[in-house]
Design a protein around this ligand. Structure first.
Ligand code: GTP
Ligand code: SPV
Ligand code: MN
Length: 596
């Protein structure tokens, strides 16, 4: 045994007896282990080794067509009371859910290896880091965890004999009969047997039936957001669905920005942006999750608890995200992409032409096939350290001081390009009422537009009203050191369905305005939704865009916002008696401003 930690050993043994694997293997996080598991998965047909001269040490996986994204309808917050989970989470009584899941787990690893993965979210040994132990029967999960987290003996060493860890149990939910094998097929359970369960009062995660992304890589959404958000509230810090970046202006002044956009709404893109504005420089710290604590100097300090990027592949190109393209050149895992005839990967809007390949379902494919070659939620898993613009301080346990928070989402109409909050409370209101159109990142979101507070709707591990209250209280503690809050929408479309704002690197023009607002050098005018730049304040020289178009996306149409009052009211009323008084005040002020 690689540890003497009694509680850990007892938990592993208890799970082993329940799931009845053929063998137990402790993951050590080494390259040898990675290579061995990859060799085995290539051998069994689950993985394809990509052409080593094109993409060294990289692999393609094809998941089951039913198992391609997070399943929000099957995700549960099992707190003792339903009220603690709140109106935005599915809830089942923890005793009942455990009984249901124990039946599923009973013997579920028959014919498989049970891996025990010690992992750290955050640099190993850092005071901010949290240790998790994931038990899984998926070697695909093990290799992904190698990239996304810090895995291995050093984690067990920091735990010592009685350190605290977060137990994360995962199974693909497909036991094998004697002599049976997966035959290279992706194992998973049918949808009605899938459960992504969280027990926030016990810091415990149980996931069953899916092998994909956030359902299975339990350090990410389950630990670093759902469990951590509940912990953060109890302990007075924040766990948010945010990218982190550092922007440096021509004078050398640094600004740190944390931005919350819903899944597949541009965090990875913004996190690695190459500013088109002369003299400005961007460095990436994280692309999905921020853990933030108030530092000794009173500023809000952010770290990225992850070690890799699990990014949306389609749409990633040298035009839209060159730094991501340069990150995934080697040592990367691709899931549900096209396999090209020369043994490389491809996806839609990569800006590369191919005339034939094997699609994400394993079928012959050409651009004329009439179906997407890559699944819209196809993803790459790649080491953050490989990003050419990864910030030197990205693993600094002290974190970086956040100056700016940005909220946003995908809105074809109504929401303008950018606005700034009047103050902290108004900023919390802006984040809390953020809305976005659906993407492929979750399987089961059918609404045309949904409220996604702080981009945390699927990830807040407790009552959303209490979460807002926590935001207000963090503002009180931060006082005049609180970050300024902005809201952006890169996604406005014209009547021909074309994006009006060029986006991507050009978003730096908007970030520049924000930094200058922080410095007090940029102007803004007061509108009913917040402080906004005028046309003269945004430089559009060199853009394929007219002043009239800029005017259109900076316009605030009060009537359009008023027509959404009913939707706002029904969302807010679902929070019932957990609605903070300060949120109620903000809604009142907002409606008054709209009707002026
Ligand atoms: P998760 O990893 O799911 O949490 O999402 P993410 O927010 O990191 O998503 P990502 O950055 O991968 O978003 C990808 C999608 O957003 C692609 O469809 C991109 O084309 C689109 N996108 C990103 N930035 C922009 C932009 O500035 N303008 C436009 N029009 N689209 C953008
Ligand atoms: C998201 O959906 O927000 C993701 C991908 O970052 S997953 O890890 O699958 O949740
Ligand atoms: Mn995400």
């Amino acid at each position: 045994m690689p540890t003497k930690h009694k509680k850990l050993l007892a938990w592993v043994e208890e799970i082993r007896q329940m799931v009845k694997p053929d063998q137990v293997v402790w993951a050590d996080g080494t390259k040898e282990e990675y290579d061995r598991l990859m060799d085995e998965m290539v051998e069994s047909g689950l993985a394809v080794r990509l052409n080593d001269s094109k993409r060294p040490n990289s692999f393609l996986f094809r998941s089951d067509p039913s198992d391609v994204a997070r399943v929000e309808d099957r995700t549960y917050i099992a707190s003792r009371t339903q009220d603690a989970a709140g109106p935005t989470n599915n809830w089942i009584d923890p005793v009942e859910l455990k009984a249901t899941m124990r039946e599923l787990y009973d013997g579920c690893m028959r014919g498989r290896t049970m891996f025990v993965i010690p992992f750290s979210m955050g640099p190993i040994g850092s005071p901010i880091a949290k240790v998790g132990i994931e038990i899984t029967d998926s070697p695909y999960v093990v290799v992904n965890m190698h990239i996304m987290t810090r895995v291995g003996q050093a984690v067990l060493d920091t735990l010592g004999e009685d350190g605290q860890f977060i137990p994360c149990l995962h199974s693909v939910g497909k036991p094998l009969g004697p002599g049976e094998s997966d035959n290279g097929q992706w194992p998973c359970a049918p949808i009605e047997q899938k459960y992504i369960a969280h027990f926030p009062e016990e810091n415990l995660i149980w996931s069953y039936g899916s092998g994909y992304g956030g359902n299975a890589l339990l350090g990410k959404k389950c630990l670093a957001l759902r469990i951590a958000s509940a912990l953060a509230r109890r302990e007075g810090w924040m766990a948010e669905h945010m990218l982190i970046l550092r922007l440096t202006n021509p004078e050398g002044k640094q600004f740190h920005i944390a931005a919350a956009f819903p899944s597949a709404c541009g965090k990875t893109n913004l996190a690695m942006l190459i500013p088109t504005v002369e003299g400005w420089n961007c460095e990436c710290i994280g692309d999905d999750i921020a853990w933030m604590k108030i530092g000794p100097d009173g500023t809000l300090r952010a770290i990225n608890p992850e070690a890799g990027f699990f990014g949306v592949a389609p749409g990633t190109s040298y035009k839209s995200n060159p730094m991501a393209m340069d990150t995934i050149v080697k040592n990367s895992i691709f899931t549900n992409c096209v396999l090209t005839d020369d043994g490389d990967i491809w996806w839609e809007d990569m800006n590369v032409d191919i005339d034939h390949g094997i699609d994400w379902k394993g079928n012959e494919w050409t651009p004329k096939s009439g179906t997407p070659g890559a699944h819209p939620n196809a993803r790459f898993t790649t080491p953050a350290a490989q990003c050419p613009i990864i910030c030197d301080d990205w693993e600094d346990p002290a974190g970086v001081p956040i100056d700016i928070f940005i909220f946003g989402g995908r809105r074809t109409k109504v929401m303008p390009l950018v606005h700034e909050s009047f103050d902290w409370d108004h900023g919390v209101f802006m984040g809390a009422t953020a809305a976005s159109e659906p993407t492929a990142a979750a399987l089961d979101v059918k609404k045309k537009l949904r409220r996604d507070p702080m981009a945390m709707l699927p990830f807040c591990g407790y009552n959303i009203g209490d979460y807002w209250q926590h935001w207000f209280e963090m503002g009180d503690k931060l006082g005049d050191k609180a970050p300024k809050i902005f809201y952006v929408n890169w996604f406005r479309k014209n009547d021909q369905g074309k994006f009006i704002w060029p986006g991507f690197g050009e978003n730096s023009r908007i970030l520049k305005w924000m930094c200058e607002r922080v410095d007090g050098t940029a102007e803004a005018i007061e509108t009913s939704i917040g402080m906004m730049p005028q046309i003269k304040d945004i430089d559009i020289s060199g853009l394929d865009m007219s002043e009239k178009e800029l005017e259109e996306i900076l316009e605030v149409d009060n009537n359009a916002f008023i027509s959404e009052f009913d939707d706002l009211d029904s969302f807010i009323s679902s929070v019932a008696d957990r609605l903070p008084k300060r949120m109620e005040d903000q809604i009142k002020l907002y409606k008054e401003r709209m009707k002026k």
